[in-house]
Design a protein around this ligand. Structure first.
Ligand code: FE2
Length: 434
């Protein structure tokens, strides 16, 4: 007897009339038109079932602190770091945990069940680290929360920065982070990349560094990160986050850089909502978009994912944990408007992001965790267009969130009575014409 049988589902790869059989928290079988005894049955009514969303880049310690102690008036990365610095002495573990748990509730409601969050290690008290480790423990039943030791103020620029970061790792933080573009000089930035990669190699940990988050076309830290990855044999374990300077780099140099990143198997994470907001702030017009070269990286064979980065914090006052909003902005900024491009953007917040986190049981195949989302959309393109309602969210076979379908009731005489913003299916003759 199955625990759950979903039938009449569409999968992200386009297969329709699919059944998903669940037993013991795992997917037992995915096949067309299966009928079998089950405790619960769910008719997906031809809508999309996707593996849960994954956010590969977030800042859980800063989330929901927007306006504390003041708003970032210039909107720049640097004023955001300054505002966060002003808030840090006022932080308490209780407030950090309360805000992070509130955000995790939003995440679950949006079908976001795995998050990699950076946590600031600059403060020697490691208050935020302890608070986020507590959050990780509390949400473990429903969110896979990975923590990155992130020296926000620069690991070399901060007195005791290396020691603080090592102590955070000793406490159980999962990944080595960095911020080379915020060190005092380009040379110090490169030295920090080398030092942190060596630390990760010794400890057998992954690396995820904020890398070249600027509009400086001569910032070269992603090159150093890829080189150190190869030198130390860390292929597949390293991620460069942001990489916004690549937007402004010379094309010839990028033609040399992309194969290096691909050979080193370094993942790249773009954060479209934040990149379009923070970058280009020193420009007049034309004003650069500032997001890294997503389609070019993908074409070079690099695993590229999209992160949310910030929700209501000193850097960004918007957001609700909706990874479809992230993908929506990503496809606009990268101009990935072809059908294939839009689907790649969907991959950026699902499968590609899961690869960054190294999630072993992710996917819609037998043996994977039964952690998936029924969306009010018929395919990934429609899901992004509508930032589709998460009708049902399942975590390891358990229903953990439900949202009513978004439907507008019309009051027009003689017209359809309701709409969900889905166009009618094509007429058979039109289908043949295409
Ligand atoms: Fe970030």
């Amino acid at each position: 007897m199955l625990d759950l049988l979903i039938h009449n589902a569409v999968l992200p790869d386009g297969r329709d009339n699919m059944s998903i059989a669940v037993a013991g928290g795992c997917i037992a079988e995915v096949t067309a038109g299966l009928d079998a005894p089950a405790h619960d049955k769910l008719d997906a009514q031809g809508l999309l079932v996707t593996p849960h969303f994954v956010d590969p880049h977030f800042h859980m310690d800063a989330t929901l602190s927007y306006g504390l102690p003041r708003v970032n008036e210039s909107g720049t990365l640097l004023e955001g770091i300054a505002v966060w610095g002003e808030l840090k002495p006022m932080l308490s573990a209780e407030a950090l945990i309360e805000r992070a748990l509130a955000y995790c509730d939003w995440a679950v409601a949006k079908g976001l069940l795995a998050i990699r969050s950076h946590v600031d290690t600059s403060d020697p008290s490691l208050l935020a680290v302890d608070a986020m480790l507590e959050v990780k423990r509390r949400v473990a039943p429903y969110i896979d929360l990975q923590l990155v030791a992130f020296p926000q103020d620069g690991v070399l620029r901060t007195q005791g920065g290396v020691d603080n970061l090592k102590r955070a790792l000793d406490k159980g933080v999962d990944v080595v982070g960095g911020i080379p573009h915020f060190e005092r000089t380009m040379a110090d930035g490169a030295a920090s990349v080398k030092l942190l990669c060596e630390l990760a190699a010794v400890r057998g940990l992954p690396v995820d560094m904020h890398c070249d988050e600027s509009d400086d076309p001569l910032s070269r830290h992603i090159e150093t990160l890829a080189f150190e990855t190869q030198r130390l044999g860390l292929q597949g374990r390293v991620t460069g986050s942001h990489c916004t300077s690549m937007h402004s780099m010379d094309n010839y140099y990028v033609s040399k850089l992309l194969p290096l990143i691909a050979q080193a198997q370094v993942n790249v994470i773009a954060n479209p909502l934040i990149n379009i907001t923070l970058q280009g702030r020193h420009d007049s017009y034309p004003r650069r978009r500032g997001m890294t070269r997503v389609p070019e990286l993908m074409a070079a064979g690099v695993n590229v994912a999209f992160g949310h980065d910030c929700v209501m914090d000193p850097w960004y006052g918007m957001g609700s944990g909706d990874m479809l909003e992230v993908a929506h902005m990503g496809l606009h900024v990268a101009q990935m408007t072809s059908q294939a491009g839009i689907r790649q953007c969907f991959d950026g917040v699902t499968g590609n992001a899961a690869r960054v986190l190294g999630l072993k049981s992710y996917g819609l195949e037998a043996g994977c965790d039964a952690s998936f989302v029924l969306l009010q959309a018929r395919d990934p393109v429609e899901a992004i267009r509508l930032r589709a309602t998460r009708l049902k969210v399942f975590c390891k076979g358990q229903l953990v969130a439900e949202t009513p379908a978004a439907t507008s009731v019309l009051r027009l005489d003689g017209r359809p009575a309701a709409t969900s913003f889905m166009p009618p299916l094509r007429h058979p003759k039109e289908r043949r014409a295409h």
